[in-house]
Ligand binder design. Structure first.
Ligand SMILES: NC(=O)c1ccc[n+]([C@@H]2O[C@H](COP(=O)([O-])OP(=O)(O)OC[C@H]3O[C@@H](n4cnc5c(N)ncnc54)[C@H](O)[C@@H]3O)[C@@H](O)[C@H]2O)c1
Length: 347
C-alpha cells in the first residue's frame, strides 16, 4: 500500500506529537494554524504546505487521505465535519466535541461522506489497562460490583494563563473534557454505559482563572447495575499525583494506577494473575506540565491498519459520543444541584 498522506490542523503542543508520528507512518503534506509563526515553523520542519485557514487547505489539498484535528475542543465538531464533507478521513483529538448533538452530527457527516472517523483515546493502549479489560471480558473477575476512578492532577495558573482557550467555557468546556475525558472513556469501555448520576463540583483553587470547576465528586449507577465513583481534581499540590481505576468484582480486585493509569498497583484474583506486562510508553511531557501516556504511535498504527483494510477502528465515533454524553450528564446534574442549593438558600 502507498504511504498515506496527512494534513494536521492545530500546530500546538499535541499537534507536535501528531506530526512526529505522522512522519513515521506516512507523509505530512499540509499543516494549518491561525498562528502564522507556529504554522510556519511546522511547515519548515516537515517541508509541507502551510495554511492559516482550514477552508483554504480543503480547497487546495486534494491528495490528503486523513486530516488530524488538534485544535481547541470547541472547534473539533465544525472542523471535523468540514474535513469529512471535503472527502477526507479524520482523526479527532479528545474530547470528540463539547455536546452530544455535535458528536451525532460528526458521525452523520462521516456516514454521509463514506469516510472513517477515528478518535484519540490513548489510555486504552496502556498495557495494564489492556490486561484489565481482557481479564474482565474473559470473566476472570466474575460479576463486576463497583468501580472507583481517581483523577488527581495539577494544573496551575500558568497552564491556563498561557493559553487563550484553556479554562474557557466555550473552547475548553470543563475539566472533565480537557483533562479527564479519556479516563471517563475507560469507564464506558471497561464497565459500560451510565444510567444514573449524582454530581457535586466546585472551583476551589482556580477562582477567576477558569470559567468552570476544578474539582468534582461523582456517584454513578451503570445500566448493568455496577456502582461507581469518580473523584477528580486539578488541585493535587504542585504536581500530578494519581490517575487510577479500581475494580471490585465477585472473583477479584484490581487497581491500575500510577500517575497515568500506567501501573498495575494491586491484584487479587481467584486462580488468575495478570503478569508479563509489556513496558508501556512514557507520559507526554510538555515542559511545565505532564499529560497522559504518549500512545499516539499506536493511534497512528491503528489508522494505517484500518485504512489498508486490516483492522477495526480502536475508538470510533459512537464511543467518542458516549464519553461526551456521560460528561454532559455529569455537568447537567452538577448545575441542577447548584440551582437547587441557590433556591434553598433563598428561604
Ligand atoms: N490525547 C492527549 O493526550 C492530548 C493531550 C493534549 C491535548 N489534547 C487535545 O488536543 C487539542 C489541542 O490541545 P493543545 O494542548 O495542543 O493546545 P494548544 O493550544 O497547544 O494548540 C492548539 C492549536 O490550535 C490552533 N488553533 C486555534 N484555532 C484554530 C483554528 N481555527 N484553525 C487552526 N488552528 C487553530 C492554536 O493556534 C494552537 O496552535 C485539545 O482538544 C486537547 O484536548 C490531547
Amino acid at each position: 500500500m502507498k504511504k498515506l498522506n496527512f494534513a494536521l490542523i492545530g500546530c500546538g503542543r499535541i499537534g507536535s506529537r501528531h506530526a512526529e508520528h505522522i512522519n513515521n507512518v506516512g507523509v505530512l503534506k499540509a499543516v494549518c494554524d491561525i498562528d502564522i509563526e507556529k504554522v510556519t515553523a511546522f511547515g519548515k520542519k516537515y517541508k509541507c504546505a502551510v495554511y492559516t485557514s482550514l477552508d483554504d487547505l480543503l480547497i487546495n489539498e486534494k491528495d490528503i487521505d486523513l486530516i488530524s484535528i488538534c485544535t481547541p475542543n470547541g472547534l473539533h465538531a465544525s472542523q471535523t465535519i468540514a474535513a469529512l464533507k471535503a472527502g477526507h478521513h479524520v482523526l479527532c483529538e479528545k474530547p470528540m466535541a463539547l455536546c452530544p448533538a455535535d458528536c451525532g452530527d460528526m458521525i452523520k457527516a462521516a456516514e454521509g461522506a463514506n469516510k472513517r472517523l477515528f478518535l484519540v483515546k490513548q489510555n486504552r493502549f496502556n498495557p495494564p489497562i489492556i490486561a484489565l479489560k481482557n481479564a474482565i471480558d474473559e470473566g476472570k473477575l466474575g460479576k463486576i460490583y463497583s468501580v472507583q476512578l481517581n483523577c488527581f492532577w495539577n494544573r496551575n495558573f500558568d497552564y491556563y494563563q498561557k493559553s487563550d482557550w484553556k479554562g474557557t467555557k466555550k473552547l475548553d468546556g470543563g475539566t472533565l473534557f480537557t483533562q479527564f475525558s479519556h479516563f471517563i472513556d475507560l469507564l464506558y469501555w471497561i464497565i459500560g454505559d451510565v444510567d444514573r448520576i449524582y454530581a457535586i463540583t466546585a472551583n476551589h483553587g482556580h477562582d477567576g482563572i477558569i470559567e468552570f470547576e476544578d474539582t468534582g465528586v461523582i456517584a454513578l449507577k451503570f445500566y448493568n447495575g455496577v456502582l461507581g465513583t469518580i473523584n477528580y481534581t486539578v488541585n493535587s499540590f504542585a504536581k500530578n499525583m494519581e490517575g487510577s481505576i479500581t475494580i471490585f468484582g465477585e472473583l477479584g480486585t484490581v487497581k491500575v494506577g500510577g500517575q497515568y493509569l500506567n501501573e498495575l498497583e494491586y491484584q487479587n484474583i481467584k486462580n488468575f494473575e495478570i503478569k508479563d506486562l509489556p513496558k508501556g510508553n512514557t507520559a507526554n511531557n510538555y515542559g511545565e506540565y505532564q499529560g497522559s501516556m504518549s500512545n499516539h504511535d499506536m493511534v497512528y498504527q491503528n489508522i494505517v491498519e484500518v485504512l489498508s483494510g486490516n483492522g477495526v477502528i480502536a475508538t470510533n465515533g459512537f464511543e467518542g459520543l458516549k464519553t461526551v454524553e456521560i460528561i454532559s450528564k455529569i455537568y447537567n446534574k452538577a448545575d441542577l444541584l447548584q440551582e437547587y442549593m441557590k433556591f434553598v438558600h433563598m428561604f
